[in-house]
Design a protein. Structure first.
Length: 244
């Protein structure tokens, strides 16, 4: 009887020792993981290249000046080409209105008025409507007989922080953190290739709905007709026979 009790006590002691060993091992692993988390925690993971090398977006005024001598009566071919290129650039990345500023008080004021009218027509030919073009006057010197007509619009430019910071010792990085140069090239490439940097500030406004098509679809739906567009013979789901 005493022998059985002794064996039971030994088994209980062995069980407690095993339980304590597992508990100690679990605590050691937990402490180790928490130590790693102190170096590479959630906050550190969220601090990516966008914060380390942010892209700044700033407004910039784009200008085109055309000198107008007193005897100038029409736009030259070079002037029209420059206006066309300026209008295409405005339609691509311009914001706000494109402003035409004419000189006031200069000897060529009358010639400038005529050039402004031709410039407006050239902008219309380039696809700009009246609401996109604004007009202004600026005070010119009475001694400037060739005061220019000035076209301006606002666009946005993107720039990232400069790269090349190799100050960190890459051979010793116990916390496995990002280096100062990490993500810099990617951010600079994005700033260089983005079509319109204003998109980095916020989304564009939606274009207005095409009312004629919308009214046609609603009317067909009301009368129970098919609302989808008619299928043309050019659209086909057949597989090409080139490889056969």
């Amino acid at each position: 009887m005493a022998l059985c009790k002794a064996r039971s006590v030994l088994w209980w002691i062995e069980g407690v020792e095993k339980l304590m060993s597992r508990l100690i091992l679990t605590l050691l692993v937990s402490f180790g993981l928490s130590a790693c988390g102190a170096f590479n925690g959630r906050e550190d993971a969220l601090f990516d290249a966008r914060y380390q090398h942010p892209i700044s977006v700033d407004p910039q005024v784009v200008t085109l000046q055309m000198d107008v001598p007193k005897d100038k009566v029409a736009l030259s071919l070079a002037d029209k080409a420059a206006i066309d290129a300026f209008a295409r650039s405005y339609k691509s990345r311009g914001h706000g209105t494109l402003t035409i500023a004419a000189p006031s008080g200069s000897p060529n004021e009358a010639a400038a008025v005529s050039i402004v009218a031709e410039t407006r027509a050239a902008l219309a030919d380039a696809g700009l409507n009246g609401s996109e073009v604004g007009y202004a006057a600026y005070r010119a010197s009475s001694a400037n007989s060739s005061a220019p007509v000035i076209l301006t619009y606002r666009r946005y430019v993107a720039s990232a922080s400069p790269c090349g910071n190799w100050s960190k010792d890459y051979a010793f990085a116990p916390n496995n953190a990002r280096t100062p140069n990490f993500g810099c090239a990617t951010q600079n490439n994005l700033a260089a290739i983005v079509a319109d940097p204003a998109d980095l500030i916020g989304p564009r406004e939606w274009d207005p709905a095409y009312a004629p098509r919308r009214d046609e679809v609603v009317e067909k739906y009301r009368t129970g007709e098919v609302t989808e567009a008619a299928e043309s013979g050019n659209s086909s789901g057949s597989v090409s026979e080139v490889a056969e």
